[in-house]
Design a binder for this molecule. Structure first.
Ligand SMILES: [Zn+2]
Length: 254
């Protein structure tokens, strides 16, 4: 019998658990409605991620629904203007059991607007690595054009648990992360480097994200990331959904 794409994707949602490893829930006009819709369509975990002091506070307000968990930190885009906000992180993390990681933090070498900005990014990044270690929390990394430097810093601080959001590296880069036990997060943007990364590591070291509403439209667009993983690995989308969700649970102790 003929099955429409919509009904196939409905079947998939019933069979497997879906999760979005990285989105910015607070940037939606109506985050509560987005969460309700995702929940109704079978999504089990949404990691709502901050990045600026304001985004962190807004994210912390959105953690009531069962499927939503929070990640807070000062990202490289805000390191120069808001580096001092790092001081408030411990208290914010302790305000909710549903804040389960520090992020997105890291280095972005594409940001060149501020002289000395890279040095400030590094300092803000390292201060937050120390906080994450003290709180025994995993970190969520934003790394753009900076993988070698980020890895050097993570190695120096002996970081054991890191998830690389929107991983932009190739297969060799992905293997570097895998060797350290880090998670590689796949966004819904297909490139040959990304296919190479997906192919090069154990499926269990991959998770799927949308970075919505910045890249994906809603967290449900994670299906596009999952379809890419499934296609490259030659598996069913439902298997990609279940394995990535299991890995996310295990990594963040959800
Ligand atoms: Zn993001």
């Amino acid at each position: 019998m003929y099955q429409s794409t919509a009904s196939i994707s409905r079947t998939m949602h019933q069979l497997a658990e879906i999760s979005d490893a990285h989105c910015h829930l607070n940037l939606f006009e109506n985050p509560e409605a987005i969460v309700r819709e995702c929940s109704g369509r079978g999504m089990k975990i949404i990691l709502a991620t901050g990045g600026s002091a304001k985004d962190n506070l807004m994210t912390a307000e959105l953690l009531k629904p069962e499927i939503v968990f929070g990640i807070v930190g000062i990202g490289p885009d805000f390191a120069v203007a808001e580096g001092e906000a790092v001081l408030g992180l411990r208290e914010l993390v302790k305000s909710s059991k549903k804040i389960i990681g520090i992020g997105e933090i890291g280095l972005d070498f594409k940001i060149t607007s501020h002289p000395g900005g890279i040095a400030i990014q590094k300092e803000v990044f390292e201060r937050q690595i120390e906080i994450a270690k003290e709180l025994e929390m995993p970190i969520v990394i934003h790394s753009r054009n900076s993988l070698d430097e980020v890895l050097k810093i993570l190695d120096r601080h002996s970081v054991k648990r890191a998830m690389f959001h929107f991983f932009e590296g190739d297969g060799a880069g992905a293997k570097e992360l895998e060797g350290r036990g880090y998670l590689i997060s796949v966004p819904p943007v297909e490139t040959s480097k990304r296919r190479d990364a997906i192919k090069s590591v154990d499926l269990r070291n991959l998770v799927a994200e949308t970075d919505s509403p910045v890249v994906g439209k809603t967290p449900m667009d994670v299906v596009r990331s999952l379809e890419m993983i499934a296609k490259v690995r030659g598996i069913e989308v439902s298997e990609a959904a279940q394995v990535t969700t299991d890995s996310l649970r295990e990594f963040f102790y959800i």
